[in-house]
Design a protein around this ligand. Structure first.
Ligand SMILES: Nc1ncnc2c1ncn2[C@@H]1O[C@H](COP(=O)(O)OP(=O)(O)OP(=O)(O)O)[C@@H](O)[C@H]1O
Length: 645
């Protein structure tokens, strides 16, 4: 730009040059508005293709930035000119964007034109360009490939209906589910999963996803000619969720044995079930490399794979999982579609469950459901839909969550801030719900001292590790953010100080007896995984070892092996997924933040089993969060729609 161009109105200035785009991106990265990685990626593109114009470099940086926020692609529509909205930029940031945007194309057609002409942008399969432009969406090639892999596998698996002996299925389904006056979605979910190689069972907390999965296993054993040989694998994204899955499935099956009597050898088969694994361990992940031991060429040795907490499975992991599944095997995804998605790119369960509320079952599903369950689907759910909808079932009745916490979760899910606030403030629910009138970080710390008192008294009294760990899991402080007075880092330090002041802990140095930690990286060969939480306790001889609860047993690891850990009096809502605590305190920061969303609040609330307390730095933060929905760009549904037609 010439020296006098600054005097012109933005729209009359010359188009932004590639060098100016890079300068601008550099400035934004230095200001912390975007990551240095985003700027560096644009530079990388410029080095590969020095003649690429500014829109290509801008789009490349924005794409990588959006992927850092969990999106799998950048949608190039007319909204591209309003990137500031997309990024949540206001004030100076929005002005900076406006100044740049005035010198960039105004319409999607012009952006697409620039991208199509770039040598770094390809159209899809067969190419090696780092970026892919497909149906108006810009991808990093890796994510485009993953999305295609997931879509192909899902469409292939949902469309393949295995032959079912309907009379036999009906007999067993009637035996496994007591008669119900209303439509039994759990029975229906089992029926649907029986006929296909992929099914999705979603529902809020306590709606019986695990209960249903246990009955599905019983049904699969019942109809299999050689049930003892059926290879069943249980898996979840985190070690904790995996342990919980195995425990719940086993106890549900043992309880079911009483109901079905000698007709099925459930207790015996349960004994053959292997421990539930994390998805990393199931696939044979190796530290320091993306390579997995299992893939399409080296498939998993399974016939049935149950995956719990599937909302936390990101796109790349889902693609690897589906690839590694032998073609004949059956995969059942269990999860709550309304929970936060994984931090990594992709919200696969959310995408797969889009429209799950409406059901959208077709005539064949209606006929099949009636034949094998003896129930007629309510007409509202029988509007017809794609093959994936036929294999997706939403469980609708919560058994554990019918009290005030459940009502609050529903109000939050509906985005009804007035109803949610009224519930939180209703004295009739004071035993279950709380919203202190004088919220401050100090209040959160005080609640934590009360919540953890039992645990640290047990540590002081030399109680056994199971007692200590069980007591620790009764309470948790959950934060939306990491930094600042309302964030994980400061609150951890404040709670540690307050527990020491109360005489409940004696912190000295990094490691001390009673220090609770969260593992932040899988520890090879130790059975301890990223996200696992344990407590440092002295063992005979005086050494400190961190003890982890695994179902009803304990695993311990010497503190010297635990380099990648964080103190865990407080943790982020993200990291709390897959866990539940009797009393959960959710801390929302004072400053507005784009992480404050409905899904975050919902996930925080649904971690609470008996009591939930909200500590909100700003009265309005709660309502504002409910108004914000997490939106993740992805082309999965479109690609799926193309794949099945
Ligand atoms: N049809 C049913 N009849 C009786 N009890 C049920 C039924 N369905 C579920 N339950 C009970 O409700 C409780 C919650 O069920 P379950 O743990 O399967 O729910 P979930 O959806 O897996 O929950 P979460 O999301 O917390 O893992 C369990 O105690 C279970 O035994």
């Amino acid at each position: 730009m010439d020296a006098f161009d600054d005097l012109l109105p933005p729209e009359r200035r010359p188009p932004l040059s590639g060098a100016e785009a890079l300068e601008e991106l550099h400035r934004w990265a230095d200001a912390g508005w975007i990551r240095h990685l985003d700027h560096m990626f644009a530079r990388f593109v410029a080095e590969l293709s020095p003649h690429d114009p500014a829109p290509v470099l801008m789009a490349a940086a924005l794409l990588v930035h959006m992927e850092g926020r969990g999106h799998t692609c950048l949608v190039i529509d007319d909204g591209i000119a309003k990137v500031a909205d997309l990024l949540g930029w206001t004030g100076t940031q929005a002005e900076a964007w406006e100044a740049v945007a005035a010198r960039l194309p105004r319409t999607a057609a012009d952006w697409l034109d620039a991208l199509r002409h770039s040598p770094v942008v390809g159209e899809g399969s067969g190419g090696s360009e780092p970026l892919v432009l497909s149906a108006g969406r810009l991808y990093l090639r890796r994510y485009w490939v993953d999305e295609q892999r997931v879509a192909t596998q899902v469409s292939r698996r949902v469309s393949h209906h295995a032959p079912v002996d309907e009379a036999v299925a009906r007999r067993w389904l009637d035996a496994l589910f007591p008669p119900d006056d209303t439509f039994d979605w759990q029975k229906f979910a089992c029926a649907v999963a029986l006929r296909s190689r992929l099914s999705v069972i979603t529902g809020g907390p306590g709606t019986g996803k695990t209960y249903t999965a246990a009955r599905l296993l019983a049904l699969l054993w019942a109809v299999d000619p050689a049930p003892a040989r059926l290879r069943i694998a249980l898996a979840a994204p985190t070690g904790k969720a995996a342990a919980r899955l195995k425990q719940s499935i086993s106890s549900a099956l043992i309880e079911l044995q009483g109901r079905v009597g000698d007709s099925l050898a459930l207790s015996e088969w349960v004994g053959h079930l292997e421990s539930a694994r994390t998805l990393h361990s199931l696939l044979g992940a190796r530290p320091g490399t993306r390579r997995l031991q299992h893939d399409a060429a080296h498939p998993l040795d399974v016939d049935v794979l149950l995956v719990d907490e599937a909302s936390m499975v990101h796109l790349e992991m889902m693609a690897s999982l589906l690839d590694a599944l032998p073609p004949h095997a059956r995969i059942v995804l269990l999860g709550d579609k309304d929970q936060l998605a994984s931090v990594e790119a992709g919200a696969v369960l959310g995408d797969l469950c889009r429209g799950a509320e409406q059901g959208r079952y077709d005539a064949e599903t209606l006929r099949y459901a009636e034949a094998v369950t003896g129930q007629v689907l309510p007409p509202a759910f029988a509007t017809g839909g794609p093959p994936l909808a036929q294999q997706t079932v939403m469980l609708r009745r919560s058994r554990r969550f019918d009290g005030a916490i459940g009502q609050l979760a529903l109000a939050v899910n509906d985005g009804d801030a007035a109803r949610a606030s009224a519930l939180l403030r209703d004295r009739a629910h004071a035993a279950e719900l709380g919203w202190p009138a004088d919220p401050s970080a100090t209040v959160a710390v005080r609640l934590a001292v009360d919540g953890y008192r039992g645990c640290f008294e047990a540590v002081r009294d030399g109680a056994d590790p199971i007692t200590v760990l069980t007591a620790f899991d009764r309470f948790r402080l959950l934060c939306a953010v990491r930094d600042g007075a309302w964030g994980v880092v400061d609150l951890n330090a404040a709670v540690q100080r307050a527990l020491a002041d109360a005489g409940l802990l004696r912190p000295s140095g990094e490691w001390y007896e009673g220090r609770p930690v969260m593992v932040t990286r899988n520890i090879a060969g130790s059975g301890v995984f990223n996200g696992d939480i344990g407590i440092a306790l002295r063992v005979p001889g005086g050494a400190l070892r961190v003890h982890f609860l695994e179902g009803d047993t304990v695993r311990s690891v010497g503190v010297s092996r635990l380099a990648d850990v964080e103190t865990a009096f407080a943790m982020t809502v993200h990291k709390s997924q897959g866990s539940e605590f009797e009393h959960t305190v959710l801390v929302l920061p004072e400053a507005p933040s784009r992480v404050l969303t409905r899904e975050l609040v919902y996930t925080g609330i649904t971690r609470a089993r008996k009591r939930f307390t909200l500590v909100s730095g700003r009265e309005r933060a709660f309502a504002e969060a409910l108004a914000e929905r997490t939106q993740r760009f992805s082309g999965l549904l479109d690609v799926l729609a193309e794949a099945v037609t």
